[in-house]
Ligand binder design. Structure first.
Ligand code: C5P
Length: 249
């Protein structure tokens, strides 16, 4: 193989790896708009995130419909309830075909352990992802709920607790990914929102990173919403994000 061909092959491989690691956040208000977005994305991505808004509007049928179309579905319900309820819900999410499921680390060790145990032995169980401190919480918000630590310290405290319960997947901001990667090791699954391609509007996100930076710092998956979903051409915007990710792979 000559040098140009080798470089082209490496670039194509990096792009395919990027495609496996991009999650598009389907933050739309109903099933019709979700399906329209899916058709406009036209196979550019393999992962779609169904969050509370779409789940409340369209229900579990949304998860099964996307899974039937061959997508990996990240069900972002951020569960926080008694251990028994969270455990049963995790099992139901597995039956629906969700491949990732979020729960709040703040639910405590009994809740996290119940979720993990509920999925033990379930074939094709979703990857559990613990949400540590929401990016909307600053020091003042934490203090108001009785936490006197800095947000970054609270993130690490909750992540250590999650890991001790056997949960090695986390959602975190680009600022925390490097520290969490040190905690989880290579096998940890770190899912990172707050991604903004070079030149994109930041919107309401505060702690942002570019796709390439987030990958370099140790992200396993990137969650991207508005820069793709609100673009005039979502498929083109997704390809641009994938190309940025690929430069870091
Ligand atoms: O549109 P944008 O790219 O900001 O969307 C980011 C997605 O990631 C949204 O669905 C949002 O709910 C989610 N998310 C986040 N910050 C967190 C956890 C989830 O922005 N800490």
């Amino acid at each position: 193989m000559n040098e140009t061909t080798t470089q082209e092959t490496a670039a194509a491989t990096a792009l395919e790896q990027a495609r496996e690691r991009l999650i598009v956040a389907m933050d739309v208000p109903d099933a019709h708009q979700a399906m329209e977005l899916v058709s406009r994305l036209a196979g550019t991505c393999q992962w779609l995130k169904v969050g509370l808004e779409l789940y409340v509007a369209a229900g579990p049928r949304m998860v099964t419909a996307l899974a039937e179309q061959g997508y990996n579905v990240f069900l972002d319900l951020k569960l926080h309830d008694i251990p028994n309820t969270v455990g049963s819900t995790a099992r139901t999410a597995a039956v629906l075909g969700a491949k990732m499921l979020t729960l709040h680390a703040g639910g405590g060790p009994a809740m996290l352990t119940a979720a993990r145990e509920a999925l033990a032995g379930v074939g094709d169980a979703p990857q559990l992802l613990a949400v540590t401190v929401l990016t909307s919480m600053d020091a003042a918000q934490l203090k108001a709920v009785g936490v006197d630590r800095a947000p970054a310290d609270q993130v690490m405290e909750l992540a250590r607790m999650g890991k001790a319960c056997g949960i090695n997947g986390f959602v975190c901001s680009p600022q925390e990914v490097a520290a969490l990667r040190t905690l989880t090791g290579a096998e940890g699954v770190l899912v990172i929102p707050g991604i903004r391609p070079v030149g994109a509007a930041v919107g309401d996100q505060k702690r942002v990173a570019t796709p390439a930076d987030a990958i370099r710092q140790g992200a396993s998956y990137l969650v991207v919403g508005r820069p793709i979903t609100q673009a005039a051409n979502p498929a083109e915007a997704a390809e641009a994000v994938l190309n940025e990710m690929a430069t870091a792979l």
